[in-house]
Ligand binder design. Structure first.
Ligand code: MLT
Length: 312
């Protein structure tokens, strides 16, 4: 009696709109990636794929929403490196941050850029480091809360220059970018999916890209190593998740739709304009994503414990 019902549910899936929760504010890098992927997945799945922004607490509020959602394949989470860092950064989460999700597949790995408001008194990374060391807590560093990619990149920057700045948290680097352009905050480390256009239009000033090679969308921007911060490397992997207990047939159907999206020409071209690229088809599988995610948790734990930066 059970099997026909289950088989029937699988056969019909999806038979109504799917929601992907973005755990940061609209207009930021995670939102941009998700809306591009959702549009193509929707065509493959034959149902609307709606993006809902649930910001706050460095992405953990949105993750919690999905961890506690019905495991029926209609509420998903598109998140990033924060799924690797928050298990160590937060000591009291109301969901299982290590194992409370089914992995559907990796999506993309996005480089980061160190940027300031356009009239900040520095014109290269050496000058920026000098001014940051002089002004210390007078400088406002924007991020998207403890656990955001912009937070971890800001931590790495402050430890590289041995200087503590003042942190101004936002519900995403979309709203943070508005204030950086407006000049009410000074510096940010954010993903090329949110900064490429602003850098190329001159509305912010860029100092380095945080990958070992230069970025094709920002060819004149030196790497952090070239500009004087060797070893400063961080890029932001993104993955798609479902609540723990979601049926494997549904997870696999979603992974196939994700793989279709990641090889769609216009999505690939748009990712390239934004300084990034989709992962390979084999990395967009549940198994590869789970291995990568669990290894990332293990990678960040000692780094975060050494830095002593916790959120309660
Ligand atoms: C981040 O720093 O993780 C970004 O803010 C994420 C986002 O806003 O999309």
């Amino acid at each position: 009696a059970l099997l026909p019902g289950l088989a029937q549910a699988q056969a019909a899936y999806p038979n109504r709109p799917i929601t992907i929760i973005v755990p940061f504010a609209a207009g930021g890098p995670t939102d941009v990636v998700t809306r591009l992927v959702a549009e193509v997945m929707s065509r493959d799945l034959g149902q609307p794929v709606v993006v809902e922004n649930v910001g706050g607490a460095g992405g953990t509020l949105g993750a919690q929403r999905v961890a506690q959602a019905r495991p029926d394949g209609y509420t998903l989470l598109l998140h990033h490196i924060g799924m690797g860092t928050t298990p160590s950064l937060y000591r009291r989460l109301s969901y299982d941050a290590v194992n409370g999700f089914e992995t559907i597949g990796l999506v993309t790995e996005v480089p980061m850029t160190i940027i300031t408001k356009k009239d900040f008194p520095a014109n290269n990374l050496a000058e920026l480091v000098k001014v940051l060391r002089e002004r210390k807590a007078e400088v406002n560093l924007a991020n998207a809360g403890v656990g955001a990619a912009s937070h971890i990149c800001g931590l790495l920057l402050q430890s590289a220059i041995q200087t503590q700045l003042t942190t101004v948290p936002y519900r995403g680097t979309g709203p943070a970018m508005t204030d950086l352009i407006g000049g009410t905050v000074d510096v940010m480390c954010d993903q090329t999916t949110n900064t490429t256009q602003q850098i190329n239009s001159g509305s912010v000033k860029a100092f380095a890209v945080t990958t070992s090679t230069r970025n094709a969308a920002l060819p004149n921007l030196p790497t952090a190593a070239e500009a004087g911060l060797p070893g400063f490397e961080v890029s932001v992997w993104h993955g798609l998740y479902a609540p723990k207990g979601t049926d494997a047939a549904i997870v696999n159907r979603l992974s196939r739709a994700l793989q279709v999206a990641l090889r769609e020409d216009r999505l690939v071209a748009r990712f390239a304009e934004l300084g990034t690229a989709p992962v390979s088809q084999e990395m967009a599988t549940p198994e590869a994503h789970r291995r990568y995610w669990q290894a990332d948790i293990a990678k960040w734990r000692p780094i975060i414990q050494a830095a002593g930066q916790y959120a309660d």
